[in-house]
Design a protein around this ligand. Sequence first.
Ligand SMILES: Nc1ncnc2c1ncn2[C@@H]1O[C@H](COP(=O)(O)OP(=O)(O)OP(=O)(O)O)[C@@H](O)[C@H]1O
Length: 257
Amino acid sequence: MALLSVREATKRFGGLLANEAISFDVEEGELLAVIGPNGAGKTTLFNVISGAYPPTSGSIHFDGRDITGASPHGVAHAGLVRTYQLVQLFKNLTVAENVEIGSHRVTRGGVFSALFRPHWMQQQEKSVSVGARELLRFVGLEAQADDPADTLPYGRQRLLEVARALAARPRLLLLDEPAAGLNTQETEALAEVISRIHLGGTTVILIEHDMSLVMKIAQRIVVLDFGKKIAEGAPDEIKSHPDVIAAYLGGTEILDA
Ligand SMILES: Nc1ncnc2c1ncn2[C@@H]1O[C@H](COP(=O)(O)OP(=O)(O)OP(=O)(O)O)[C@@H](O)[C@H]1O
């Protein structure tokens, strides 16, 4: 059984069909990329999968459960966690605190325990803090753990977002253009981090415009154009797919990758 199953997902905004009957599966342990020109419907698809928007029609199943129209909170609680195209950090908190916040899905507590801080809660806080430091080491940010998040250079803020998403211990991680605005060196560091996340057993779906990154790390690619899925396959098949080449303005972006 696929970990994620998207069936005929359609999202309409007034007269615009941002997603039109898109279907694909993602197997547990896969690293799938979703590509397509600007406005093709990639982020809308993430919004539909992650519960930000209910689909107009169609269904989303995750781990055998129908999550169509579930709230973003409910979807995240089920283990499907996403990052956003634009950096969304708590800029006044430290780097480590930003990661600790990400672990809310997997911790417990309420007003009573926050006030009286029983032993189990102190233990939990300790393990959240240790876990956050481990994740910062994993993405190469341990030296900045106590710095305010907004003092990090942009490329490192993107890595911090990935660490925060990992703190929720996702089974499926959706990364929306994580390399946007990164230079070549930063993109390489990010590619290495994503590959390690994948090797660690987390299933990943990546929206990305950087074709060299996609071709290097994706096992399979879904291509959208004008809201429709126009191709799906291994990187080599996608590179030479005539509809994909046509969608990318003569294909220079794909062929150069
Ligand atoms: N909330 C919304 N209301 C109305 N139209 C929307 C909304 N969100 C997206 N759209 C439209 O849906 C279409 C698909 O947008 P989407 O952001 O999903 O594309 P994309 O492939 O992610 O683009 P990019 O690569 O530029 O980020 C666009 O025409 C966009 O203007």
